[in-house]
Design a protein around this ligand. Sequence first.
Ligand SMILES: Cc1ncc(COP(=O)(O)O)c(C=O)c1O
Length: 381
Amino acid sequence: MKFNTKAIHNGQHPDKETGAIIPPIYMTSTYVQEHPGMTKGYDYTRAGNPNYTNLEATLASLEEGNYATVFASGLSAFTALISTLVSGDKVLSTNDLYGGTYRLFTRVFKQYGILFETVNTQDLELLASKIASEKPKVMLVESPTNPLLNISDIEAIAQLCKANGVLLVVDNTFASPYFQQPLTLGADVVMHSTTKYLGGHSDTIGGVLVTNDQDLKVKFDFGRMAIGLNPSPFDVWMTSRSVKTLGVRMERHAENAMKVAQFLEAHPKVKKVYYPGLASHKNHDIARKQMKGFSGIVSVEFNLDLEEAKKMISSLRIFSLAESLGGVESLVDHPASMTHASIPKEEREKIGLTDGLVRFSCGIEDIEDMLADLEHGLKGC
Ligand SMILES: Cc1ncc(COP(=O)(O)O)c(C=O)c1O
């Protein structure tokens, strides 16, 4: 089966009792047992729920994996992943990372003895020497990164990790499985904030881990149940509904993002555009090699001072000023004061995340309206 057929049919069987084409929402905390311990596969929703099973089947197949575990958020997916480690284990990570992930490692897991270090994962020589000297248990790669859209060579990193017995985890949130499938490039685990493209409508929060390793699946399920990282069945059902249109949405997100990137690159008030689909992007060749499309996020530095840039983004009407991304509606974000404020300014500046950077999540509205909104906003500053 191909991608769109899998997205619509896998894990989405009509209800056996009623014939309802859409599986019902199992809003239940518990399940009746005929005798103590005699269940129909579920005993308590923190441990499992038919809606979880359905979405897990869909997402595992879209990532070309065997197993998936769904969570209450992207960060709870990371929490389950880290619960498989012990104090003293090290996580090496891409240096340009979503601010909330950075905060989770540096302010929460650190207290439990999980060591964390970042490295430029685009520099394979540096990465090889770091892996050899630091002996991490886990290599965490975000590609494309949030918000600078850096691309790391997943296949080359997977080879390095395999040779050194390191578990490679890829945060695939920005690409979605429609454009990039890290397990097929050699990654061991794929993570998503399903809040973004998989949910796609800015109305749910969720996360998932996908793997081909059965032992890891058992550990991820245990982490969800033991720590209480479970999502609401309703949110999971909503995500199952949304995933069916992932392919058509991603095509349109990417088409609109390319037009926004080209428009902004040609604009006199723009200093630099970051979009992996542009030939000017420093990792364009790797992006072309490992991605089927370049997704919907465009980051920009304007020839404006900070106050002018803030005024401009606040004046937009089609691009709503809000955190998050990946929904059908276009959003604009100022990373330094919003999504990445939890990263210290010196750390942000080291990786090129300046106070002037603006991130656009291009929705699926009509491109003429999106460009007119940007044109109008730029005229007013
Ligand atoms: C790349 C990336 N990873 C992880 C997360 C965390 O996901 P959540 O907000 O669902 O916990 C986000 C959230 O913005 C993200 O952008």
